[in-house]
Design a protein around this ligand. Structure first.
Ligand code: NAG
Ligand code: NAG
Ligand code: NAG
Ligand code: NAG
Ligand code: NAG
Ligand code: NAG
Ligand code: NAG
Length: 277
């Protein structure tokens, strides 16, 4: 091919690819108007994505793993079961996957949230409880140690004695423990666990399974304004910011608003062509 014609041809191909990609993008954003289902949860929308739903319809920290009856969400590289979502108050009820039916996880981790996206719901009444692991007691001579806030774990043929306490100041006098983690329980459970009884272990296990509340932030204010004007929030992977999308009468997605609150710094250099996967 003649060099000049070859160049024109290449430009033509590029233009075709570009318009194809923006078409695909429009289709993708159009699907963002439909709610989706993930495991047992229905009527899900922005900022959540996952399963068949791409990041373009959500926000980065909100990918749900939908391969289970109960969707899973990673927060600070810990996996949580999402039990309930309230889109009005931006509140999630989540339970830690590693301890929801087992108080003896292999790896001990505190419940820590990624403050970019999540905070413990201030109004929930949920409280921290500390689990102390691998404890040893120095019983006074002749005194049998039997604590109502005690539980045992078996690992590698070794049984350890462990303690739960609403106090983060320690497991109690003359008890020393190798490690400890802080987890969240609901208000009712916290009150009941303040003074342990024979049913406390069951209460604690149920509380870990029934989860705690976190509030999310994913450009909430702007996205509320967007919804109130019949739009839906979406995510622009090129700019790393949420955008408001609206459909006109013909169902074509319009109203591409300028990106706001960018959260990703490494934008592609200007003029770079990105293919949408
Ligand atoms: C789905 O959620 C939207 C808000 O996100 C709400 O307006 C609508 O009533 C919900 N529909 C159902 C069937 O729950
Ligand atoms: C969540 O984190 C685990 C590792 O802790 C990883 O294997 C998994 O792919 C992550 N899932 C999502 C949805 O990010
Ligand atoms: C509970 O623990 C978390 C860390 O796991 C901490 O950020 C939070 O401040 C604690 N809350 C209270 C009331 O101590
Ligand atoms: C646990 O004990 C069994 C037999 O009692 C033994 O075969 C196994 O190797 C032990 N495992 C560890 C990790 O010590
Ligand atoms: C919790 O464990 C850490 C070591 O992992 C220790 O430094 C700290 O003193 C413990 N806290 C309590 C209250 O026992
Ligand atoms: C959990 O947090 C407490 C208090 O910040 C700390 O002493 C402890 O070492 C942490 N535990 C783990 C397993 O990181
Ligand atoms: C609080 O925890 C208890 C178990 O300790 C559970 O029965 C109850 O359903 C939980 N409440 C909520 C609102 O999750």
């Amino acid at each position: 091919m003649h060099p000049q014609r070859q160049q024109i041809f290449l430009i033509f191909i590029q233009a075709a690819l570009l318009s194809l990609s923006s078409c695909q993008k429009d289709d993708e954003y159009a699907t963002c108007f439909n709610s989706f289902q993930c495991g047992r949860l229905t009527n899900l929308s922005y900022p959540f994505w996952g399963g068949t739903r791409s990041l373009s319809c959500g926000y980065p920290g909100f990918q749900l793993n939908c391969g289970h009856d109960i969707p899973l969400l990673n927060i600070s590289s810990l996996s949580y079961r999402v039990l309930d979502i309230d889109f009005i108050t931006y509140t999630l009820r989540v339970a830690r996957q590693d301890i929801w039916n087992n108080m003896c996880p292999h790896i001990l981790r505190n419940t820590t949230l990624d403050p970019t996206y999540f905070e413990f719901s201030p109004d929930s009444g949920d409280r921290n409880i500390t689990l102390y692991y691998d404890c040893s007691a120095r019983p006074r001579a002749g005194q049998q140690i039997s604590l109502l806030n005690q539980f045992s774990c078996d690992a590698d043929n070794v049984t350890t004695m462990n303690i739960f306490s609403m106090s983060s100041r320690g497991p109690g006098s003359s008890i020393t423990c190798a490690s400890n983690i802080s987890v969240r329980v609901n208000r009712t459970a916290a009150a009941a666990l303040e003074n342990p009884t024979v049913t406390s272990l069951r209460v604690l296990q149920e509380a870990l399974a029934s989860g705690f509340s976190v509030q999310w932030s994913a450009d909430n204010g702007n996205c509320l304004s967007c919804r109130q004007t019949a739009g839906t929030c979406a995510y622009n992977q090129d700019t790393g910011a949420s955008v408001c999308r609206k459909a006109n009468e013909a169902g074509i997605v319009v109203g591409l608003e300028p990106p706001r609150s960018p959260i990703v710094q490494n934008e592609p250099p200007a003029g770079t062509f990105m293919m949408i996967k």
